[in-house]
Design a protein around this ligand. Structure first.
Ligand SMILES: [Zn+2]
Length: 381
């Protein structure tokens, strides 16, 4: 197998990994980089390469993994699109926020083949296995093998989420780990406790921008103080909470009980004395745009809990001291990535979703990590 980096290695965002074997060409994910402008917003892949691509496997419907799907269709891709039923249901909302109306329309019209974690299939002579990623409901990792060689692609994973279950990846010769958090070593339980303490110290309430999928239900599972949501989020959250096969045992009951008690806030209303969850996580789209603007006007507390792209409204507020930031983990810590790399038995590891300098630092702790790769580079597996 030959791997080509089209995005997401040596940089954060626009994750897109090409794999070629025996005349079959496929892409793992097709994301955008929300902090980039111009050509770097989309994967580094030519029209000729897109025209030759047989299939795209989408690991989950976050913008850095799926928002370039319509762009690909507009630029020559006409192959198979494979994703879980949950990711397929979310993709349109992601493209509404991060793609052009034309790209969104193309993605809506394109047929999607539904895959399920644990149900193996093949693309030509490449055997494909997927499993639950623990990152979002409907999120999967992907394992490819052909001619006795294999590639593990984490996509985004959370090995020890309190809410979402992750399946173990099979051994592989090359493993791509989710290095979104770089050298962060602080365990999730400590991070969660810090958020709870911060909320308890802000009884007047706070706005918590969060992606609609994944982190929102994790926060619902974490927060024990009063909770509020925007009505536009209700259906999507209810679906995630009902998706018991993706959750850890017992999690659905806790989430359902807290969700049932959540207050509702919408534009034009007073911000509630509660932890108000609004999507997206950075104030670029969804009800978080209006909630952040209102919080800014009224000097209401704002707590950011995820990655904040430069230049986004959340980033501006953070820089101005109008928001605080405490990480809620939705990616692996360094010790978790060291464990994933060791468990894979892989003789080469690649770090995705981090810049080159971060990958170089990770190489001190993750044995056999290959650094220096960037979009346009290829390696043989
Ligand atoms: Zn993600």
């Amino acid at each position: 197998m030959k791997l080509t980096v089209h995005g997401g290695i040596g940089e954060k965002g626009r994750t897109c990994i090409g794999v070629e074997h025996d005349g079959i060409r496929l892409l793992l994910d097709a994301g955008v980089d929300t902090s980039a402008r111009g050509a770097a917003y989309h994967p580094a892949i030519t029209r000729a390469e897109l025209e030759r691509t047989d299939a795209i496997i989408v690991t989950h419907a976050h913008e850095d993994h799926v928002a370039a799907l319509g762009w690909g269709l507009a630029n020559g891709f006409s192959g198979r699109i494979l994703m879980t039923v949950e990711s397929a249901a979310e993709t349109d909302a992601t493209l509404a926020a991060y793609a052009t109306p034309e790209e969104r329309a193309l993605a809506r019209q394109a047929p999607v083949e539904i895959i399920a974690p644990g149900a193996d299939f093949a693309l030509g002579s490449i055997a494909v296995r997927t499993g639950r990623s623990g990152h979002v409901v409907g999120g999967i990792w992907c394992h490819l093998s052909a001619d006795g060689r294999s590639l593990g692609y984490c996509g985004d994973v959370v090995p020890d989420s309190p809410v979402l279950a992750m399946d173990a990846l099979p051994p592989s010769d090359l493993l791509l780990v989710d290095a979104s958090y770089g050298t962060d070593r602080i365990p999730a339980v400590e991070r969660g406790a810090a958020i709870r303490r911060w909320l308890a110290a802000h009884p007047e309430g706070a706005v918590l921008p969060t992606p609609l999928s994944g982190r929102s239900i994790e926060l619902i599972g974490l927060i024990e103080t009063p909770l509020a949501i925007h009505p536009a989020m209700r259906e999507a959250l209810a679906q995630q909470i009902a998706a018991a096969t993706w959750l850890k045992p017992g999690a659905a009951d806790i989430l359902s009980a807290r969700f049932a008690e959540a207050l509702l806030w919408e534009e034009g209303r007073t911000l509630p004395a509660a932890a108000l969850l609004v999507d997206d996580g950075m104030g670029l789209a969804g009800p978080s745009k209006a909630a952040l603007a209102q919080a800014r006007r009224e000097r209401h507390p704002v707590l950011l809990t995820g990655g904040i792209p430069k230049g986004s409204p959340a980033d501006t507020m953070l820089a101005a001291g109008e928001a605080e930031w405490l990480r809620f983990p939705t990616h692996p810590t360094l010790p978790e990535n060291i464990a994933l790399a060791a468990a894979s038995g892989a003789d080469r590891i690649l770090a995705h979703s981090c810049d080159a300098a971060t990958a170089a630092r990770l190489a001190n702790d993750i044995p056999r990590l290959v650094t220096g790769l960037k979009p346009g580079d290829t390696i043989e597996i």
